[in-house]
Design a protein around this ligand. Structure first.
Ligand SMILES: [Cu+2]
Length: 249
């Protein structure tokens, strides 16, 4: 359901096949050893062991293959995922702030700029501490437990937390990243299919952890724009509180 998801799945599949081949080889060797070194064929154990050089070479080649797997495939794949975020211009950018027990999403609005936030300003009416004196925050849109994105475009989410460590986890997108209080942690993906997907919290964050559920809705571009317009009007009518937005769903 996301562009990089296929890469991860194919890599996992390759490792599974590789493990299966290794298993077959080692299991045949095990059966061979059971037969070859059966009791009546080698009644006395050899205390000298094997003198040949080939086991040493075999072990070094296994080390080599594993190094290639680790530094040739795993590290670059991981690096590609964590070091190369899409530029702010090319991605739909928003913030996701986790709290016990839900998600607050913060969109930049028509000006494309996220308003300044300061947790010291947070209260019941302003759960993410948006600074209302910052001009960039005037048109910002805040939604509770449901975020929308357009299909086929990179999405860049800055994760934050109001209280404890949570974890933004959308299994269909092959995305999982911690939301840590005091830090802003980027996570990104490009959805390839429309649909409604559950956002789970992947860290045991308190007694209500099981109920901490959000939704990621991947829309067509026009549906996404309509939803954004709707939410923007709602934000202008009343200060965004969780209850009002939830009531609309
Ligand atoms: Cu949580």
């Amino acid at each position: 359901m996301s562009q990089h998801g296929r890469q991860i799945d194919e890599f996992m599949e390759a490792i599974l096949w590789f493990s299966l081949i290794l298993f077959a080889i080692w299991f045949s060797f095990f059966v061979y050893a059971l037969y070859r070194f059966r009791a009546d064929k080698s009644p006395k154990a050899s205390y000298e062991g094997l003198k040949a050089d080939w086991p040493k070479h075999l072990e070094w080649s296994i080390v080599f293959v594993e190094m290639v797997l680790l530094f040739g495939f795993s590290v670059p794949l991981w690096g590609n995922r964590v070091l190369d975020p899409p530029g702010p211009g090319e991605a739909v950018t928003l913030e996701a702030v986790a709290q016990q027990f839900g998600w607050i999403f913060h969109y930049p609005g028509p000006d494309g700029r996220l308003g300044r936030r300061d947790m010291r300003l947070a209260d019941g009416m302003n759960p993410i501490g948006l600074d209302k004196t910052d001009p960039a925050s005037k048109d910002d849109i805040i939604t509770m437990n449901e975020m929308h994105v357009p299909v086929g475009k990179p999405v860049l989410i800055y994760l934050g937390s109001r209280d404890v460590v949570h974890n933004y986890y959308v299994i269909q997108m092959r995305i999982q990243r911690d939301a840590v209080p005091g830090l802003t942690i980027p996570v990104w993906f490009t959805p390839t299919h429309t649909g409604r997907f559950e956002i789970a919290c992947g860290q045991l964050c308190g007694v209500g952890h099981f109920a901490m559920k959000g939704f990621l809705v991947v829309d067509t571009q026009s549906d996404y724009e309509a939803w954004l317009k709707d939410m923007s009007q709602l934000s202008q009518v009343a200060p965004p509180t969780g209850e009002k937005v939830i009531a609309r769903q």
